[in-house]
Write a protein that binds this ligand. Sequence first.
Ligand code: 2P0
Length: 349
Amino acid sequence: MADPNVHRSSTFAPVNIAVIKYWGKRDTALNLPTNSSLSVTLSQDDLRTHTTASCSPKFTKDELVLNDEDQDISGARTQACLRELRGLRKEVEAKDGSVPKLSGMALKIVSENNFPTAAGLASSAAGFAALVRAIADLYTLPSSPAELSRIARQGSGSACRSLFGGYVAWKMGTEKDGSDSAAYEVAPASHWPDMRALILVASAEKKDVSSTVGMQATVKTSELFNHRAEHIVPARMTAMEECIKDRDFATFADLTMKDSNNFHATCLDTSPPVFYMNDTSRAAVRVCEAINTRAGKAICAYTFDAGPNAVVYYIAENEGQVAGILKSILGGKMGWNSLQGRAVQAAEM
Ligand code: 2P0
């Protein structure tokens, strides 16, 4: 029988893949970015973190278990999330004396990813989003998704975009305390239901340079980076929101590919340079460019995060021309993943 002293809540959070990239922090303690960013959420039916948070007067210390392995949660970022959530629970307890004093109990958090953690598929985004939402549900916090995204941001920047579904922007904000640096929904997944994403796995190995380290090296040493943050991204954010609202795939694709290339250019402009894409990644770029040239318009859009794997967006009606050709040309070189989704659905390869 379940122990009545144990309070428990479970939730899922999805993976998101940015089409306007976050890269660079203006405040490393609060995880405040140097530019806004925008992502597409992959369906959590297929790519997601499942997290259960529980607390009990019998638990002796906070614990986090990810994919059956104990994790170190002493880091400032996880601690910031726990501190904020406990603070909000204390407010609930102060208002209503009859609710149990959960804020004083140790937490046990158990998480599982249904995708390889090391495959460069934004596992920290889904991970921190699920952790924050599971604890917020356990504590029955009245917080909005925007408020929870502000908390998740402190765990990992990109996590703030995984508190929503569909098309999500993270506004960089201007306040020093980060109070206005949170995510908002640009459009729900249902707005553009025939959007698809295919994930091409060029390597499932852990990356050499973590995002956190790589982006701060770029901030420190790349002049191109300043131009990106100040001039390129602000205009692109506006254009990207508009083309999503208009379901204008050709513009969406153009902006997505340009922004991926611009982000990787700032990595290359870092001293010493940071290489995330490899020969296989570049082969995927060439094939996508050839598909678009043959179609006479952009019908697929590649994007690469801090790793060599490609995510290719396309519209369902072009499945054969995009996924079929990518498979026939690159099939021997890349792992193929049949990640399905509603907002975003991958081809069966
Ligand atoms: C993004 N990436 O917008 C960009 C594109 C990678 C390339 O967000 O230090 O793991 O935890 O805030 O969120 C990866 O950075 O970095 C990332 P932290 P995070 O998705």
